[in-house]
Design a protein around this ligand. Structure first.
Ligand code: TRP
Length: 362
């Protein structure tokens, strides 16, 4: 349905990844149908896992800002897609990485994760009866793997996949390898890791380490990549380090939300007359691209795409549409987040601190 973006196409080819066609996995999810989940590293293992159902889905999110933004929401949505068939879904709080790379204290990270992030994942539809959570700082098992990975991966390899190197990155990367593999301390089982393409270096190093590990018998892990939710500014992706680029969940300040959307980079022509005549360029239009991630109704999205690209709809209208849509979504999410805050407070979710605690689930 969607054309692939130039930069991403180039990257996928250079990195040796494989595209995923919308109909080839046998998974029916809006992100797969729309090509938003679009590439992977480890296609053979991915197919094997999906057909047998013998896999875990795992991803990690840094608690470095108080609320998540639409880019993180997309990762959570991608998790749901692989969760439904997985033996177990694991969502981890990357608090050690936040400390190492952003200087966020563990106490602050904990507070943010319990009050905002985890309730938001649940509000977005992560099923607490199928998913476990953990904090990196509370799971010693990940370090048992990180230690051997440190022995098997050379500095040259780190340099080759990351370019510039610093201790915080190296330590975070080793810990992340521990995250990705620790469920396999229970038994060797394929892991599916839905992430943005920026996380592929970690997946590469992890897969190399799996091949070399002497101490453990791991099965391979699969990186599944989703497209970036674009920055409101038009260049790059939404990022918490640039609040002007991102829409946060929930966004409490409606006028601010409106301003952000109205300022977003548009694919419409300069004058009304030109817009009516030529239609908008959907590949460049940020409000439309954001709609692809948030609007679940395929036929409604299709209608907007055809109206907007033919000039029946103009850029002011699509911005207003997105604004109204998000306002309603935020309203709905706010209530759900409030509800799940209580659920988390009562600890009606599973927070683990070792592989042993998931042994009966795998
Ligand atoms: N490095 C990831 C990020 O920046 C977070 C992360 C930590 C992660 N551990 C992980 C992602 C394991 C996937 C799997 O956002």
């Amino acid at each position: 349905m969607e054309r692939t973006e130039g930069r991403e196409t180039r990257l996928v080819e250079e990195l040796g990844l494989r595209y995923i066609a919308p109909d080839e996995l046998g998974i029916d999810h809006v992100y797969v149908r729309r090509g938003l989940i679009y590439a992977c590293r480890g296609y053979e293992e991915l197919k094997e896992a999906i057909s047998s159902g013998d896999y875990y889905a795992l991803t990690g999110i840094m608690p470095s800002s108080d609320r998540i933004h639409l880019g993180t929401m997309a990762v959570v949505e991608a998790m749901k897609c692989f969760s439904s068939r997985a033996k177990l879904t694991i969502l981890l709080v990357a608090d050690l990485e936040s400390l190492a790379t952003r200087g966020v204290s563990l106490e602050e990270a904990r507070e943010i994760a319990l009050n905002n992030h985890i309730p938001t994942y649940l509000a977005l539809g992560i099923d607490p009866s199928r998913c476990v959570f953990y904090f990196q700082s509370e799971n010693p098992d990940i370090h048992k793997i990180a230690a051997e990975a440190a022995r098997e991966i050379t500095l040259q390899e780190f340099r080759a996949v990351y370019g510039a190197l610093d201790p915080a990155r190296i330590v975070s990367s080793l810990i992340q390898i521990g995250d990705i593999l620790f469920p396999q301390l229970v038994r060797p089982i394929i892991g599916i890791i839905p992430v943005g393409l920026d996380q592929d270096p970690h997946i590469r190093l992890c897969r190399d380490y799996v091949r070399r590990s002497v101490y453990y018998q791991f099965k391979q892990v699969v990186g599944v990549y989703l497209r970036d939710v674009p920055s409101l500014k038009g260049e790059g992706k939404m990022s918490k380090s640039d609040p002007g680029s991102a829409i946060f969940i929930p966004e409490d300040d409606a006028p601010l939300l409106r301003r952000k959307i109205y300022k977003a980079f548009s694919g419409g022509a300069n004058t009304l007359e030109e817009q009516r005549q030529r239609g908008a360029d959907l590949e460049r239009d940020i409000p439309f691209k954001i709609l692809r991630f948030v609007l679940k109704d395929d036929s409604e999205l299709q209608r907007i795409a055809s109206d907007y690209s033919s000039g029946r709809m103009i850029s002011g209208e699509i911005k207003e549409y997105l604004y109204q849509y998000l306002l309603e979504l935020m309203e709905e999410l706010r209530a759900k987040i409030e509800h799940y805050r209580e659920v988390v407070r009562r600890r009606e979710i599973t927070i683990i601190s070792s592989a042993k605690e998931i042994a009966h689930l795998l």
